[in-house]
Design a protein around this ligand. Structure first.
Ligand SMILES: Nc1ncnc2c1ncn2[C@@H]1O[C@H](COP(=O)(O)OP(=O)(O)OP(=O)(O)O)[C@@H](O)[C@H]1O
Ligand SMILES: [Mg+2]
Length: 373
């Protein structure tokens, strides 16, 4: 029996859309930039959608954001510049980079995960030392890392959380981005320089919350075009997205129920209120945890699973409370006080039965007592 993936990559999850768009390109005579699978308009359509449900060539919207921004991303990748997506946590920077790679190269797997432990080896290439000692430097002894693979196969490489790497390591990208060359000093002659083939591109993502941990060098910044990805502005649009993504996750988990729409609505509105804070005299400060759309989806899925397995099948205040405490209260004791203030102001005595029931179940005094200083 074939084993099911926990989270299929975009090129697998949306394979039908990619196929449809390739067919449309052929029918409409749209040509793809060199080394790309799809034309530039098709890449944008893959990401922001095409037509209405029920249309013959309908493509779902996958990333919610300004179409002009997605177009700019596509243009950047078609030029010889890197694309840098920055923004608050959980605003779909990683998702957008995955979708771009899937549409342009048909493969989003050439990914480097940046961390304090990332070395140049993990970016460019390393060696199979047994073979290196036995035969000297050869193509066979070289173990390619994502940059080398992307350059030689002409594919988009993703560099996640680039600012978490040490600046020296980040600067390994300088000659790759400007000269499109990777130098392998162990090789001799012409083989020393590996030149990128058409289709190669780099998308990096960085979080504005932990940006500055390792500031990027000015030289590297100049080689990227920056795009700031914002949180979803419209509450209804965000609710729809959270509903769609929780439906998908619950279906994959084999749960026959879906979140009731009014539940999703309350969940999203609470996340939005906590994310922004509500300024003013009786207002509530914004939380230090991100309270992002991505976290609203995760909270919705948890609530759905909890009620399907341990509750009535219809999630209510109890499940919502557990999901919110799990997402909102991470490491800051102040957040407990903020959440308390919020719940007194916006949940206590609310006419909305779900908000009122959430108030009954939040039990923040208990959480506070058990949180170490
Ligand atoms: N604008 C959006 N369009 C589509 N999905 C979104 C959007 N914002 C958030 N999401 C949801 O959040 C998830 C994206 O989270 P993702 O990991 O891409 O965010 P991120 O910005 O990379 O976060 P982090 O900074 O924590 O790495 C998506 O899978 C989707 O469910
Ligand atoms: Mg990310």
């Amino acid at each position: 029996m074939a084993q099911e993936l926990q989270r299929p990559p975009a090129e697998v999850r949306y394979a039908a859309d990619l196929e449809l768009l390739a067919r449309l390109d052929a029918e409409l005579g749209r040509t793809a930039p060199k080394g790309w699978r799809l034309s530039a308009p098709a890449v944008v359509e893959f990401i922001v959608g095409r037509g209405e449900p029920g249309d013959k060539d309908y493509v779902t919207q996958k990333f919610i954001g300004p179409i002009a921004q997605v177009q700019r991303c596509v243009v950047t990748l078609a030029t010889n510049r890197g694309l840098m997506l920055i923004g608050e946590p959980g605003t779909a920077k990683s998702l957008l980079s995955e979708l771009l790679a899937a549409a342009i190269s048909g493969d989003s797997s050439l990914t480097i995960q940046g961390s304090a432990a990332t070395t140049e080896d993990a970016i460019k290439y390393s060696w199979n030392y047994a073979m290196l000692l036995a035969e000297g430097p050869s193509e066979k002894a070289l173990v390619p890392a994502p940059m080398y693979q992307g350059m030689t196969s002409g594919a988009v490489v993703r560099f996640e959380e680039i600012t978490r790497c040490a600046p020296e390591v980040q600067d390994a990208l300088l000659s790759i981005l400007s000269d499109r060359v990777l130098t392998i000093p162990e090789f001799e002659g012409a083989r020393r320089n590996t030149h990128a083939v058409q289709g190669f591109g780099v998308i990096a993502t960085a979080n504005t919350r932990d940006r500055g941990v390792n500031e990027m060098s000015a030289a590297l910044k100049r080689r990227f075009n920056f795009e700031t990805i914002g949180a979803i502005g419209d509450a209804d649009v965000e609710t729809q997205l959270v509903q769609r993504e929780t439906d998908y996750a619950l279906e994959r988990a084999g749960i026959p129920f879906r979140l009731p729409h009014d539940f999703t609505e309350v969940l999203v509105s609470i996340f939005r209120e906590l994310r922004r804070g509500t300024a003013g005299g009786t207002g509530v400060e914004r939380m230090s945890s991100a309270m992002s759309t991505a976290e609203a989806v995760a909270a919705g899925v948890s609530a759905g699973l909890e009620s399907a397995w341990f509750g009535s099948g219809t999630p209510g205040g109890k499940e919502l409370a557990a999901a919110i405490v799990g997402t909102a209260l991470k490491d800051s004791k102040e957040d407990i006080a903020r959440l308390k203030a919020y719940s007194e102001r916006y949940l206590h005595g609310s006419k909305n039965p779900l908000r009122a029931s959430l108030y009954e179940h939040l039990e923040l005094d208990h959480v506070e007592k058990h949180t170490p200083r």
